[in-house]
Design a binder for this molecule. Sequence first.
Ligand SMILES: [Zn+2]
Length: 123
Amino acid sequence: MKYFSFAEFSRSATAAEKGIDNTIPFAAKVNIERLVRLILDPVRIIWDAPLYVTSGYRCVRLNEEVCGAPRSYHMCYDEHAAADVTTGSREGNIELYNAMKSSSLPFLELICENGGAWLHVAI
Ligand SMILES: [Zn+2]
């Protein structure tokens, strides 16, 4: 992982506020490392500017707390992992979404959320 850290995948304002331990288990770290290696680091290189993870790993309790989908890949089960990322602007996010959509990156999910407020990407 060149451009991303586990700390930014584990950080959650909701977890902090509610006292939820959102420490990333080893199995989830393996999946996150794969998401970063195969998608996020290459995207960061193409984009050539900072990308920020606004929501990465979610333990089951945190996922429930933020009303995540019951099988959300943010919980990093099986081989999966997900991240919500932003370039810092809606325009940038839409541009990045279009660039990723026309790439051969191996994502399972790529969603431009709330009119470009952030991108959800999962492997
Ligand atoms: Zn998401």
